[in-house]
Design a protein around this ligand. Sequence first.
Ligand code: GTP
Ligand code: MG
Length: 220
Amino acid sequence: MTIKKIDLNTSILANNEIWAQKNRELFDTHGIFTVNMMSSPGSGKTTIIEKSLEYFIPHFKMGIIVGDIETTEDANRLKGRGVPVVQINTHGACHLDARMISGALNSFNLEELDLLIVENVGNLVCPADFSFGEDLKVAVLSTPEGNDKVRKYPDMFRKSHAVIINKIDLIDFVDFNLDRVERDLKNLGSRAEIFPMAASKGQGVEAWCQWLMSKVRKAN
Ligand SMILES: Nc1nc2c(ncn2[C@@H]2O[C@H](COP(=O)(O)OP(=O)(O)OP(=O)(O)O)[C@@H](O)[C@H]2O)c(=O)[nH]1
Ligand SMILES: [Mg+2]
């Protein structure tokens, strides 16, 4: 009997790419701009989305998908603002994949969407590998996580079009050096826009929102 060896990683990613392509076609057909927001657990993704809504809502018909292993806590925080929110629970998986997003899209009226923000599961590794057909990847790094993360988890940062440095209000209390992080990003060949932010205080939120809104407008 011959033994067939399957490269599981390659085959999983190739399958994800097929679903991502299907999503991409849907996004293009309906003119939907999509953002994949990624970070470690607790860096501030949901807070950033909460605070960004006031800037986006007057300009775009928005939708939000939030990914977590369990609970609907993030969706509960985001609902009630007139924006449809869908919570995906992965029940153990450490990232969202394109097929999950495809399933969640059934809960939206795609004709009614210009901007879809996806908050990925908190994890600095796997979400970077699983695109869902998005236009932009955004990485969030918060100051208490330490300034070695770009060097230790390069893939997510290398692939991201923007990096939000959140919890900048805590920078004097933690060992974090913004210049070092900017240098590390350059060393990776990153050309990401960098947005220092204190999302919970609303600081730096407008600059990031203006940047994203210009990207959405350029794409249309
Ligand atoms: N000091 C400070 N705290 C913040 C800031 N932004 C968010 N937080 C707090 O950080 C904690 C985590 O924020 P979340 O927005 O839930 O983080 P998240 O990335 O969505 O977390 P997961 O969905 O679990 O991965 C909350 O207690 C926030 O209030 C900030 O700029 N400064
Ligand atoms: Mg969250």
